[in-house]
Design a protein around this ligand. Structure first.
Ligand SMILES: *Cc1c(COP(=O)(O)O)cnc(C)c1O
Length: 396
């Protein structure tokens, strides 16, 4: 079947909740993917940072295959031999006491919200059903009914009410607004260290550190959603490290699954995790044997292949070189590590389509921003290859 035929099938038989570029992929390796016509592309989206380790990383594939050959699913009704090791290794790598594994990012965010509320009632002494969580304008934390209840994007919200109460919205990158919004009922501040979906919004240096202090002053949990920014994407293992602002609750997903499998997790202290007792939260697939085996290897690959360092280096280089293009279409270039946004003066979609023709897959976000977020295994030569083509498109 050719590209047109595949797209026609999707068009006819799937809900139209996405508007993909007209490319039908059939294989991938490292930073490269190939479509059904045999054309190759450099993947500069990386499934929204779920492919930090690249497509089909051989070590992670092997971990998955080995596990599939032994045991795939137990539910949490029984222990299995990957679970404890995963929990030990992920808490060790991140410096938190305990972990609760789920599958998708949205589920991990929901888990963090439940943990914060229960912590608020049991540890902070908030009156029943009065807990408030503060979030930011422009946030993206997923697509469940509760999460879209506190989105500021009408596209994500409209028509899906009634909405879950208990959330308060403040401007991003504004610590004073946080200080003002906190009341005796505030249990948590949920924030992205860089707002990815909002257009790669990078806050001022020191923003998270100030939020950390404010949360400490008021006994409020700082909850960092690092589903997109985590696991080396921004040139640190976690983006909070730029401000040395260790959160109370760390939410991870996407690249934790090594580009193969949905794995997410919430990491925190025993004091927060004690919100959960047998039966009050769970997931049939969360922490399953394949997920644990894959996530263990995904983290090892991230550390051992020095993806943090490479993301930092290549990201710095790519941003610098993009800046040198001096394109009249470009309004601003921003980012950290290999999470880069190029904001244009007009719609980004036509530029993404032209990049696609030249063999680069990139996706617009919020209309006017091109997001460049290649797999973190990308080499300097591959960055140069991409830059040549980006230059052709941005200078035209
Ligand atoms: C992708 C993303 C989510 C949601 O993850 P899903 O796996 O799509 O549910 C939540 N927060 C951030 C910051 C994300 O980038």
């Amino acid at each position: 079947m050719n590209t047109r035929q595949h797209i026609d099938l999707a068009q006819a038989y799937s809900a139209h909740n996405y508007l993909p570029l007209p490319v039908v992929l059939e294989s991938g390796e490292g930073v490269w993917v190939r479509d059904v016509e045999g054309k190759e592309y450099l993947d500069m989206l990386s499934s929204y940072s779920a492919l930090n380790q690249g497509h089909r990383h051989p070590r992670i594939i092997k971990a998955l295959n080995d596990q599939v050959g032994r045991l795939c699913l137990t539910s949490r009704a029984f222990h299995h031999d990957q679970f404890g090791l995963f929990c030990q290794e992920i808490t060790g790598a991140t410096g938190f006491e305990q972990v609760l594994p789920m599958n998708t990012g949205a589920e991990a965010v929901e888990t963090a919200i439940k943990a914060a509320r229960k912590w608020g009632y049991e540890k902070k002494g908030v009156e029943p059903d009065r807990a408030e969580i503060i979030v930011c304008l422009g946030n993206f934390h997923g697509r469940t009914t509760t999460i879209i209840s506190f989105s500021s994007d009408e596209l994500y919200r409209a028509g899906f009410g009634p909405y879950t109460p208990g959330f308060k919205m403040i401007p991003y990158n504004n610590p004073d607004a946080l200080e003002v919004a906190i009341t005796g009922n505030t249990v948590a501040f949920l924030v992205e260290p860089v707002q990815g979906e909002a257009g790669i919004n990078v806050p001022d240096a020191g923003y998270l550190a100030e939020c950390r202090h404010i949360c400490d002053d008021h006994n409020v949990l700082l909850m960092a959603d690092e589903i997109q920014t985590g696991l080396a994407r921004t040139g640190k293992l976690f983006c909070w490290e730029y401000d040395d602002a260790r959160p109370d609750v760390l939410i991870v997903g996407k690249a934790l699954g090594g580009g193969l499998f949905p794995v997410s997790a919430v990491l925190s202290s025993k004091a927060v995790m004690s919100a959960f007792v047998p039966g009050n939260h769970g997931s049939t697939f969360g922490g399953n044997p394949i997920a644990c085996a894959v996530a263990r290897e995904a983290v090892k690959v991230t550390l051992e292949e020095k993806l943090v360092e490479n993301s930092y280096e290549q990201g710095r280089y790519l941003r610098e070189e993009l800046g040198k293009l001096a394109s009249p279409h470009v309004k601003e270039i921003r980012g950290r590590g290999l999470l880069i946004g190029v904001e244009l003066h007009g719609p980004a979609r036509p530029f993404c389509e032209r990049l696609g023709e030249l063999g680069i897959l990139a996706k617009e976000t919020h209309g006017t921003v091109i997001r460049f977020a290649p797999p973190l295994v990308i080499t300097r030569e591959q960055v140069d290859w991409a830059l040549e083509r980006i230059a052709q498109v941005l200078k035209a």
